[in-house]
Design a protein around this ligand. Structure first.
Ligand code: MRU
Length: 339
């Protein structure tokens, strides 16, 4: 594993030779506790229950889950299928499992599987640093940015996607103000992004999700910067619920909208955002706040945890392969010709 850089100290997914160690993101910021996964099923549970979350991080965790499954002598097609069903929207999960599957030819070879899982993890970190540099170069010095959900070291192998661009932009003096939306209902922004930024010494202010349009109106932000869970062939982007509303508000206020995601998030086999399965989670997540029930007993709730931002609302998409300005099907195909 590469050494952490300044402003990038967190490694939430760690392989320890015979088990996977995960920083339990359900408990942050009040408690920094770790869980150890020693078999495929515990990795499945950690992904499904959001111990580990964020598109690249769940792909990396699943890859290590395949190593553990193979060591347990599990039937490989069943192990791959089990991990695949942990969450439906982030394509990095399926992408990582497909990569691991390609290493299983005539039976499983532990060295090959470990090598592949490590490569998936290391390549993600490298991609994030590259995207940080490419994305920061788009931002004029002195800009303010708004981000959504958590897209940092907690959600990746390290450094982050959208938060990687913010790390690089702050280091270069291009970004002078960082705002993070709280990201109801699971509060990835409030609980995770604010913790991560504070830990790494990057000043930021939390806003209520509902304050985003007003923030844009004040002129304090020039860019909204988000990550992605799946990007369709026409450039439509599935990301945390609320991203679509931010894109509409940004367009209305002349604020630019930047999506940052590695090529492992691009799904050229899916034609448009309408074809992406949006995860529906337990309504209980929405009926409470901080573990305290906030809604009258008996009330029902609808809890989609992702939405799709149409490509037409996106000003730029940054991947480790390069930048796509005003993404559409033709420009996506140019950058991802063989995918
Ligand atoms: O439900 P989550 O927390 O897994 O959702 C995460 C997001 O939507 C992130 O924005 C996305 O995975 C990009 S993370 C680099």
């Amino acid at each position: 594993m590469s050494e952490p850089h300044a402003h990038d100290t967190i490694r939430a997914v760690q392989w320890h030779g015979d088990h996977l160690r995960l920083l339990d993101q359900r408990r942050l910021p009040s408690e920094e506790s770790w869980i150890e996964c020693r078999n495929c099923e515990s990795v499945y549970r950690a992904i499904a229950d959001l111990v580990v979350r964020g598109a690249p991080a769940i792909g990396i965790a699943a890859a290590w889950g395949v190593v553990l499954a193979s060591r347990d002598g599990m039937d490989m097609p069943s192990a791959l299928a089990r991990l695949r069903e942990a969450r439906p929207t982030a394509v990095n999960l399926m992408w990582a499992l497909d990569r691991m599957k390609r290493r299983i030819v005539d039976g499983t070879d532990d060295t090959l599987l470990v090598e592949e899982a490590r490569a998936i993890q290391d390549e993600d970190l490298q991609a994030n640093r590259r995207m940080g540099a490419l994305g920061a170069a788009l931002i004029e010095p002195g800009s303010g940015v708004l981000t959504h959900c958590n897209t940092g070291s907690l959600a990746t192998a390290g450094y982050g996607t959208a938060l990687g661009v913010i790390r690089a932009g702050v280091e270069q003096g291009r970004i002078s103000r960082v705002y993070a939306g709280e990201t109801r209902p699971w509060l990835q922004g409030a609980r995770l992004t604010m913790w991560e930024l504070r830990r790494d010494g990057i000043p930021a202010q939390l806003i209520a999700d509902a304050a985003a349009a007003y923030l844009m109106r004040t002129g304090k932000v020039q860019w909204v910067i988000i990550g992605a869970d799946r990007i369709a062939a026409n450039g439509d982007v599935a990301n945390k619920i609320g991203s679509y509303a931010l894109a509409i508000a940004a367009r209305h206020h002349g604020v630019r909208f930047l999506v940052v995601a590695p090529s492992s998030t691009v799904d050229m086999a899916t034609a448009t955002g309408d074809d992406i399965e949006i995860e529906l989670r337990d309504p209980a997540e929405l009926l409470q706040c901080g573990g305290v029930r906030t809604v009258v007993a008996g009330a029902e709730a609808w809890n989609p945890v992702f939405d799709v931002t149409p490509a037409a609302l996106i000003d730029a998409f940054v991947s480790e392969r390069g930048v796509v300005l005003k993404p559409d099907a033709a420009r996506m195909r140019e950058l991802f010709p063989g995918d």
